[in-house]
Design a protein around this ligand. Sequence first.
Ligand SMILES: [Zn+2]
Length: 284
Amino acid sequence: MELLVLGNLSRDQLDRFGEVTSVAERWRAVAEAHPGLRVVANAADPHVAHAAAPAATTWVDLGAGWRGDAATCPGCGALLDWSADGFTCPGCGFARPESPYRLHDGALSRDGEVVPLDLALPGRWNRANAALALVAAVEHFGVPLDTALGAIRDVETVAGRYRTVRLPDGRPVRIYLAKNPAGWTEVLEHVARRDSAVVVAVNAHVADGKDPSWLWDVPYELLRGRAVAAAGERALDVAVRFRYAEVDHLLEPHPMRAAERLAGDEVDVVASYTQFLALHRRFG
Ligand SMILES: [Zn+2]
């Protein structure tokens, strides 16, 4: 059986992939051509809701996330009305689909039954991905709920993401990968709730996006008042962004040396793709 899982759709770096609305239209064309296609999709993302509407979709309401690319209705172009309940379009009536599943406060609910996810992985984005995976496994592949939950809770790293390593002085460093403005925003909102020092390590190779202008789409202001370092081959671009965000920081291109220089009991390193790969190769 084939199943498509659609989480969210947001801008990538300018020199990579397509424009958001055109990608959503291509996804929708697939759904229209295959009305029997099984889909598990995020009801809270207007582009995903638009794209998956023609398919046999199981909706999961993952709650409000990045709205930076969803100002207007994917169907008619009118400005969407946003509220705590999601979005509605005053032009054509398009709205968040009714969803049997809902993710709220780290728990997935259906018909009054509430299942805490209790993941080892950090962050709201991982809970959102886990909720979609859980619904896909239980609803469409007949996996018992406890079996699926157990498997999901056992995941501690994903290809090196979220790995914790040690500095020479013994302090722990957790390594995050962030790839696009929505992803960076999710990671920053997560680390902003912690007491850790933060290293932001950015390169600008093809896999990172060669144009680092996306730095200006990310709310680095969240790091104000923290122990912060600008790192990576594009540490100077990061430092300029920090300066405009009024984030005091030190400048140290090497991310682990930057981590060593920061005060604090633990350090979070948030890395663009090729910075992350270098750390992954080093620590395995
Ligand atoms: Zn509309």
